[in-house]
Design a protein around this ligand. Structure first.
Ligand code: HEC
Length: 118
């Protein structure tokens, strides 16, 4: 009986997992084109370094794994990953923006033009 109950619990558990999964946000890389305008200024410039408030490298995010980008943005937004500028930016993004932007950058290759508007 105990075994049966465990199996039932597992079965129920996996059903609700599937339901949760279906409700997940669908990435829309097309929609991200309007959302990345503010990222391009920093992330679009090859070998870019900002000079203020101190000199630091801006990482290249084009071609990065979508899940990695998603997680990084959520961590900046929550403040788990500390970086003032990225926190300010990530905190303005909705969950949908984040998955769209992640899909958009993940689809890039080294030959993708930096600015989609051009
Ligand atoms: C003012 C410049 C600036 C702007 C604008 C900016 N970023 Fe960043 N971003 C940075 C810097 C600098 C870092 C590295 C911070 C660190 O060391 O954690 C970073 C880090 C990241 C990372 C983590 C990269 C890694 O390799 O771990 C992601 C993802 C990211 N930015 C996405 C974005 C997105 C998406 C936008 C637009 C919505 C954006 N950034 C706008 C400067 C900027």
């Amino acid at each position: 009986m105990k075994k049966f109950l465990t199996m039932m619990a597992l079965a129920l558990g996996s059903t609700s997992f599937t339901a949760l999964h279906a409700a997940e946000l669908k990435p829309n890389a097309e929609a991200a084109k309007d959302k990345v305008a503010m990222c391009i200024g920093c992330h679009g410039i090859p070998d870019y370094r900002t000079a203020f408030p101190e000199v630091y490298h801006v990482p290249r995010i084009g071609g990065q794994n979508a899940k990695y980008i998603e997680n990084a943005l959520k961590e900046y937004a929550k403040g788990d990953r500390k970086f003032q500028t990225m926190h300010g930016i990530a905190a303005t993004l909705t969950e949908q923006d984040i998955v769209d932007i992640a899909a958009y950058y993940a689809a890039q290759t080294s030959s993708t033009p930096v600015n989609p508007q051009k």
